[in-house]
Design a protein around this ligand. Sequence first.
Ligand SMILES: NC(=O)c1ccc[n+]([C@@H]2O[C@H](COP(=O)([O-])OP(=O)(O)OC[C@H]3O[C@@H](n4cnc5c(N)ncnc54)[C@H](O)[C@@H]3O)[C@@H](O)[C@H]2O)c1
Length: 254
Amino acid sequence: MGMVDGKVCLVTGGASNPGLGHAIAHKLAAEGAIVVVTDVDAEGAATTAAEIVAAGGQAEAWEQDVTDEAGWDSTLAQIQTQHGRLDALINNAGIAILKTLPELTLADYNRQMLVNMTSVFLGTQKAVAVMRETGVKGSIINMSSVAALVGVPACSAYAAAKGGVIGFTKTIAAETAAEGIRCNTIHPGLIDTNMQRQSSVDNPEEYVKLNAAVPMGYMGPPQTIADAALFLVSDLSTYMTGAQMVIDGGLINQ
Ligand SMILES: NC(=O)c1ccc[n+]([C@@H]2O[C@H](COP(=O)([O-])OP(=O)(O)OC[C@H]3O[C@@H](n4cnc5c(N)ncnc54)[C@H](O)[C@@H]3O)[C@@H](O)[C@H]2O)c1
């Protein structure tokens, strides 16, 4: 018996490997969930779903741009048609535009907010509507970052978006708690994914400094975040909402 048997879970940004959505999708499926993996990278999402199915799990993959409202409507309508319910939404898709203040353009800033913050609003609003309509006490997980909690150079737009995700999540948690719908944030530190590998190229000095500062001495594997997501989707966390889970090897514990 798995920890999330039969729960229908939508994981956005599940194509990248190594990536957090990829690891979360695998973990939830291994614990019995029916996983819908979406991404702008349709081929990558399909690969993730195929890996899950090959391992004996239940998954399907659809193309979705999380910044597109109509795309959210069709994704959720398709989930309702096929599965009749949605138990969890993991708003994981994201990008990192890492530039210092003078380098950052308005277009960069707006793009960062659109992909990492506005998408979370769209997905949460529409998933909560589906959960309410079907009477499901669902779990919404919004991916924030330790960059929303401490200052990291060249992360201002990224941190603004991830900080916005915190306030948004807490407000929705307050609005939905009486219905048993839960909404929490996860705050990864430095986790070894394609995004971090790219940041080592974009922002090499800061990357080396941050890595050296991790008290546990190593960059976290994506599995550590997948374990937290599993907990938040599962019935082990039914009394937890509006909370911030920091998973960072002790990075901001100073
Ligand atoms: N890796 C880390 O150390 C770290 C730390 C803190 C927070 N995070 C957050 O965790 C989440 C996942 O990060 P990751 O490290 O796995 O990144 P990643 O770049 O490896 O994967 C991100 C995925 O999101 C997808 N994506 C990007 N824009 C999209 C869009 N508009 N619509 C749909 N999909 C889109 C990409 O195609 C990719 O598959 C992000 O929100 C990121 O900000 C990561």
